[in-house]
Design a protein around this ligand. Sequence first.
Ligand code: HEC
Ligand SMILES: [Cu+2]
Length: 382
Amino acid sequence: MAGVPRVIFTRAPHPDTRSNNQRKSDAKQRPFMIREHDARAIRLSSLPALFFAVAFAGRAAWADGPQGTPSIFAPASTPASNILDLSWFVLAITGGIFVVVGGLLAWAIIRYRERKTDDDSEPAQIYGSTQVELAWTVIPILIVVVLFLTTARIIFAIQDAPRPPAALEVTVVGHQFWWEFRYPKLGIVTANELHVPVSSAQDPRPTYLHLLSADVDHSFWAPQLAGKTDLIPNHPNDTWIDPRHTGLYVGQCAQFCGVEHAMMLLRVYVDTPEQFAAWVKQQQQPGAQDASVAAGRHIFETQACTNCHRIAGTAAAGTFGPDLTHLESRATIAAGAAMNTPKNLHAWIQDPDHLKPGALMPAMQLNDEQIDQLVEYLTTLH
Ligand code: HEC
Ligand SMILES: [Cu+2]
């Protein structure tokens, strides 16, 4: 048997062979990650911590954001308010059941506990009480019917709300892993940051969202504005919001849509009517043509960038990635994975995967000088 090589099985090294300290210092070198999306909760590992992580997930994830926590308990739009009212109603009923059942259980445990005076005989056995059996069958059925009817009423009230003629229409397209927002009547296309006007009782200006998907199932969720609604391929869905206060409302894709699902964040900016009109006017302009950044524009136009990105007013007309015509009007890039700064744009173009592992934009193998020129061009796209 001399010449036969022996097969030795060794355990393959873990793909991430960095030491813990190395990993920590690597993490520190990523200042471009924005803190508001810092998934601090994941680092907590003990059980009580897990409880708090779940209870305060929103708080932990968004604590440093300009908007603070997107709490479902602070609705700012009719569908979100209706859902919260329904939740309180369901909580009251189920809380009542909990108190009755828990109370009876505690009473039975205390009242019939083992006593020193007990003899060991069995108590009288009772079989087949029609009244008791009817009661514990009929009452739960009635409770479930009430819960069903109230829930159905809220669902239909939201779905069938009459659409005023002044309503703004936006088509939302879910992509792995970013949001496309189209305003068909205004001729605007943008990404990840939705702008809508504020709505009031005197001047109702709801926004109707027509939800589509370019690839897989996604779910549009801005907790303070409306319930989750899925974006399903070949099955358009609709929802609406009528935000009552101006400001920034954050949200996130709420359906597991692939590896980078967690970094498919979204922002809804609720503007005053004047701010909104100004935003619309600016978005309708073609991309800026600044002669001083012609070198960067040349690189953009001669690389594959144009196959995936559109910049109105240039030959770039790709639709696989976000429209970049007014990139600089957005606060974040890559669906909230990083703030929109020249440094982060550089890091992104150099290696999208480093900022957002699993992102569907390839690293284009450009040198630093080319990337600098590209970034100079991109930062003129106001
Ligand atoms: C194969 C298609 C593809 C190519 C080629 C491509 N991109 Fe992208 N790009 C994407 C996709 C997809 C995203 C969105 C990624 C995400 O958020 O998950 C993106 C995002 C971006 C963003 C962030 C936009 C935003 O608002 O979030 C910038 C900036 C960008 N690309 C620039 C470039 C430049 C510059 C080039 C050429 C050097 C390029 N891209 C080449 C697909 C592409
Ligand atoms: Cu998604």
